[in-house]
Design a protein around this ligand. Structure first.
Ligand code: ADP
Length: 467
């Protein structure tokens, strides 16, 4: 960490959550969780769609939310405006925890926070006129007189680049871009301060994407709006967002000013995500980071850092620091296969298959080990562990083998989730250590490698060496 960053930290009294203190904070999110209760096959195991996130949104800014499909972006956006109820944590809007609101208070608050959806086709009712669609929120809130409502809606159509005459037309008479404008007009009717934009241009033709983005930027300026902008298209995010939060498996891995984060990512997951963007200039040198395996199920997230099962910069025990990278990847794959087997064996369908005498879905332990390691030059000490864990998997089950593999090849990365600060993991008020603030701008990156006391190499250094 730079001297400046340390000085910035030294003046803090509260844990920083991705913004600097003197800014006007509108939304404070603390340890927010949204779980979907499990049913059927997995019994009571919930999907941990959002699993403990803390960050601030400043008044008038656009905060981007990026990450692979299924990482919890929509759920987080929906929870912020209470379309989904939080399982735990707080969302304070101008100091009021809105997760505790209900009835008339909630209805009143809802006017402040709205959402624009990805798909303008399915979010507009085809049997209502444009006027009725845009006016509906005003009717629900019994806003002024019918005449004033009509007038207000016509003005809004104007504001979003449609015509007043469109009031009496139906959605199917409009193009995709125009339909998204209708959705945006509807969002604005109650004069909200905060809008969640959930992939607002992803379903549109490239040619109209820029028009809608420009409209959103103009509206933000005109009405002083604050946006949470959810997107998987990183170039759009880079263009429109002041700050970006990078999500993985229900957690925020890194959050900070957009340009800084894109130019100089601190977290191994941000590195991986950004390295997947095609370079406009093919001669430009950029190392692509290949991520192995698939994200774990949000029903069964890893115990430690959420990215630990796939992280190319995962901390290794010192004696394996120089182990061949390909072999290391195979060891990771072995652990992933064993975890999957353990889970699959719990599933009802597999038990039924077994009962029916059908072939199990996976090969024998010997086949798995053979496929993963036969073509690799395995050092004797590693081979010993492999033999030992193959026996354990066969005789005592996958968990016994996984425990042994974890003991041998695991590290702090699998020990605890960085953003909980370890010992605080089970409390309601986790405090992440200040060394996760990686720049004087307040940028935060949750990776154990930032812990200065442990003297690990920084993630970018390790990624350079390993790729
Ligand atoms: P993203 O927006 O990043 O694609 P989502 O928030 O839609 O991610 O989903 C996060 C996780 O929650 C996914 O595993 C998804 O399958 C699950 N999920 C989303 N909505 C529901 C729901 N209503 N019931 C159960 N699981 C859900």
């Amino acid at each position: 960490m730079s001297q400046n960053a340390m000085e910035a930290n030294a003046t803090e009294t509260e844990p920083q959550v991705g913004s600097s203190q003197d800014d006007d904070v509108m939304v404070e999110v603390r340890d927010l969780r949204t779980y979907y209760e499990g049913e059927g096959l997995f019994g009571g195991t919930p999907v941990k769609a959002v699993d403990g996130v803390s960050f601030d949104i400043k008044r008038g800014e656009t905060l981007g939310l990026v990450g692979e499909s299924g990482c919890g972006k929509s759920t987080l956006g929906r929870t912020l405006i209470q379309l989904e109820s939080a399982t735990g944590g707080e969302i304070r809007f101008d100091g009021t925890d809105i997760t505790t609101l209900s009835g008339a208070d909630l209805k009143k608050w809802r006017r402040n926070a709205q959402m624009v959806f990805q798909d303008p086709d399915s979010s507009l009712n085809d049997r209502m006129t444009i006027g009725e669609i845009v006016r509906e929120p005003l009717d629900v809130h019994d806003w002024k007189t019918p005449r004033e409502r009509r007038q207000h809606v016509k003005e809004l159509l104007d504001t979003v680049g449609l015509q007043r005459e469109h009031y009496y037309r139906y959605p199917h008479q409009f193009s995709g871009g125009q339909r998204q404008r209708i959705g945006i007009a509807r969002t604005l009717t109650l004069e909200p301060e905060f809008i969640v934009l959930d992939e607002p241009v992803s379903a549109l033709d490239v040619s109209v994407q820029a028009e809608v983005i420009n409209l959103l930027e103009d509206l933000q300026e005109e009405f002083g709006l604050t946006y949470l902008f959810i997107a998987h298209d990183l170039s759009v995010v880079r263009h429109i967002c002041d700050r970006v939060a990078v999500m993985y498996l229900g957690n925020i891995m890194e959050i900070g000013p957009t340009e800084e984060l894109f130019a100089n990512p601190a977290n191994p997951y941000t590195h991986s995500l950004l390295s997947a963007i095609p370079e406009p200039d093919p001669s430009a040198h950029k190392d692509r980071i290949t991520l192995h395996g698939t994200p774990p199920s949000p029903r069964f997230p890893p115990d430690g850092c959420p990215f630990s099962t796939r992280c190319p910069a995962r901390i290794r025990p010192p004696e394996y620091e120089n182990l061949d990278n390909d072999l290391w990847v195979q060891l990771d794959t072995l652990r992933e296969v064993l975890r999957e087997r353990d889970r699959a064996e719990k599933s009802v369908t597999d038990r039924i298959r077994e009962l029916l005498g059908k072939e199990p879905r996976f090969g024998t332990i010997e086949e798995i080990y053979g496929e993963l390691f036969d073509e690799h030059d395995v050092p004797a000490d590693v081979q010993e562990i492999l033999d030992e864990t193959a026996d354990l998997a066969r005789d005592e089950g996958e968990i016994a083998a996984l425990d042994r593999l974890g003991e041998e090849f695991g590290s702090v990365c699998e020990g605890y989730d960085p953003d909980t600060g370890g010992e605080n993991e089970d409390t309601d008020d986790p405090v992440a250590p200040e060394y996760y603030t990686v720049s004087p701008t307040g940028r935060r990156s949750f990776c154990h490698r930032h812990d200065p006391s442990a003297e690990y190499a920084e993630p970018d250094q390790v990624l350079d060496e390993r790729h």
